[in-house]
Design a protein around this ligand. Sequence first.
Ligand code: ZN
Length: 447
Amino acid sequence: MQKMPNIMRWTLALWLSVIPLVGPASHAAADTLIENVSVLPMTGFGLQTNWAVLVEGDRIIAAGPRSEIAVSADVERVDGDGGVLLPGLIDMHIHLHMDRPPAEIARDLTLYAAFGVTTVRSMWGSDGQLELRVAVVHENQFAPSLVLAGPGFGKTFKSPDELSAMVAQQTKAGWDLIKVHWKPTAGQFDAIMAAAKSEGIEASGHVPYAVSLDHALTSGLRTIEHMDGYIRDMGAEGGPASDAALQDAAARTKAAGAAVVPTLFAWRLYLREADMDEVMAMPDLAYVAPAVAEGWKGRYSESLMTWAKNWAFALIGERDVSAIAANRQRLLRAFADGDVAVLFGTDAGQPYVIPGVAAVREMLEMQDAGLTNRQIIASATAAAGRHLDPSGNLGVIAPGARADLILVAKNPLDELQTLSAPLGVMLRGQWHDSTEIARLLSAITVR
Ligand SMILES: [Zn+2]
């Protein structure tokens, strides 16, 4: 592990002082039994009534009918009060901006956890994240587990040799994956992909502007973020894409074994297809510092939007954003119909995409696109879990799986909105009830 600069130690100490600690990580906890619940295990079975889940350390050790689970006398019991227990949500595309006051970073982490997002994949690496990933687990913070893409290569790289060295360095430093951005040339992209392959590290991200979708797919890009590369590839920016083109895109993706992270809500904002008055009045903004919200407002102001649109049209030609938005929805549906791995992601951390709170917003967008609630929840649990942990021990309720759980009032297969108010969250085996969650949320409510 690299030596931490002093400033980093200081910052880390500050984080530790502002992120809620929820008890010693290493106490010899009794097993926890969550009972009086229905369970949605996301292992291929539907809702199981009158089940219980037994947890030891950070692992599920049993899940089944209550009568079949033997427990010791000192087991800690959680009464689920007839609610529905499902795996914690996994957000595969977030941004954890580290150039902010520690309290702001802590607020993000609290929001994810409070809204049942128990794992996040940060898609842009920056200083302090590797240390934070460790602290979250070791200090037992009320925060999701972090999966970290390394720093983007930006415009700073030049030769293939330099790129190989950077990929090797990021692998050695412990980043979980390499982030591919829009900007590399075809040669640079090839160098990144070759180096990632030889280092045995995942490379995921955008389809760079300079390469075709097929080039990206056959090069082994594992997850493709935002779907914009598909819209470009299909030339679907000026009118409706054909069904054949959509199905073909899905078939090529399936054949390549790549997964797609759609980020519909964020992209409706970027495309200016969202009603900005409505967005700026979202109750979610209760968790955003007023100065930050003002900054966002500026970025989405009418005059700036008009300027940006004219600039973009002059540069790349006129686009029909409504057609693009509609094609994005149809494309997502084609992926789901074509059995492509769709992985849930919000792009949280970007303006108006608020950590944790954005999860249900994104789910409702996916529902609008025509996905079933089961497909949507699978994208945020079992499917994302399988991508991050191919052994199958993440994103499901089954013996051996990490004990990341959410308790909600209703069956989310019938009603996704029930996920917006968790009654309890288990993070790596530690249970947090609704009273505690409410207290933590009220402590970070700013208006
Ligand atoms: Zn992003």
